[in-house]
Design a protein around this ligand. Structure first.
Ligand code: PMP
Length: 293
């Protein structure tokens, strides 16, 4: 297999040569933004939505991406073409760029733009069939008035601390609450619970405005399954009939146990199974074509 080509500031560089300065503030301070996108069957799923979010995240941290959305979109597609990919996970990143050791972003004249694309299959393997184990974690989701979880920034330490805690407790995924006790999200995915035939998911003040979350809401509406966006607590989580999580990397995945409590009968439920199927159909059949059709 030939070596992966990475988009680095307008050039396509082999993976072994693709590197960033230690003075880049993305490295020094996590000062930058990123996206995670998937391509299925020769098409990029929700490309526009992901790029809109990338530019919104950048705007929120006052970072000017030095190319238009159209140019970024073409660079994503070209990275896939250069690597002969039809099914891939795509990671565009924009860093504040090279500066000095101080944190002042004014010292960084030129943002860095990078795009990595590679094959990445089902993140949770067999667990889509059997279900994941969730662990509620003691670390709280970043407060919206400190570092908004809406910003998909390069600073993922809050999420990593949650993952470390879930790993230590033997779970597959961490479940965050915010400091007010409201259900937030997973370490890398949004959360849905099902109770008495109705689906619930938290509003997006205390979590990332997930693109898979928005897709899941649309699919539920199309399937005439009632969905309500409202604040939820730990009790709602423990007493749910079903739980699933959604994310670009995770896709739609069942959660069958939380903190040692079986969810429903401890197996993926009917609504979750419908969602997994509907998500597979939409991802295999829609999106921006990588190659001319
Ligand atoms: N929350 C967090 C913290 C995430 O990192 C992700 C993955 N991007 C999600 C939710 C899901 O977002 P999306 O469906 O847009 O991938």
């Amino acid at each position: 297999m030939s070596e992966l080509l990475i988009y680095c500031n307008g050039e396509y560089v082999h993976k072994s040569k693709a590197s960033v300065s230690v003075f880049d503030h993305g490295f020094l301070y996590g000062d930058g933004v990123f996206e995670g996108i998937r391509a299925y069957n020769g098409r990029v799923f929700k490309l526009k939505e992901h790029l809109d979010r990338l530019y919104d995240s950048a705007k929120a941290i006052a970072l000017d991406i030095p190319m238009s959305k159209e140019e970024m979109s073409e660079a994503v597609l070209e990275t896939l073409r250069k690597n002969d990919l039809r099914d891939a996970y795509i990671r565009p990143l924009v860093t504040r760029g090279v500066g000095d050791l101080g944190l002042d972003p004014r010292k960084c004249p030129k943002p860095g733009v990078f795009i990595i694309a590679q094959y990445w299959g089902a993140m949770y393997g067999d667990l889509y069939e059997t279900g994941l184990t969730g662990v509620t974690v003691s670390v709280r989701r970043n407060a919206a008035d400190a570092l908004s979880p809406n910003i998909k920034s390069l600073n993922y330490l809050n999420n990593i601390l949650a993952k470390i805690e879930a790993n230590a407790k033997g779970g597959d995924e961490a479940i965050f609450f915010d400091s007010n006790g409201y259900l937030s999200e997973g370490s890398g995915d949004n959360i849905f619970i099902i109770k008495n035939g109705k689906v619930y998911t938290p509003p997006t003040i205390n979590n990332l405005k997930g693109i898979t979350r928005a897709t899941a809401i649309e699919l539920l509406e199309e399937m005439n399954i009632p969905i309500s966006v409202e604040n939820l607590g730990m009790f709602d989580l423990y007493t749910a009939d079903e739980i699933f999580v959604t994310g670009t990397a995770a896709e739609a995945a069942p959660l069958v146990k939380v903190d040692g409590r079986a969810i429903g009968n401890g197996k993926p439920g009917p609504v979750t199974k419908k969602m997994i199927k509907a998500f597979e159909v939409i991802t295999q059949n829609t999106g921006t074509p990588i190659y001319k059709e």
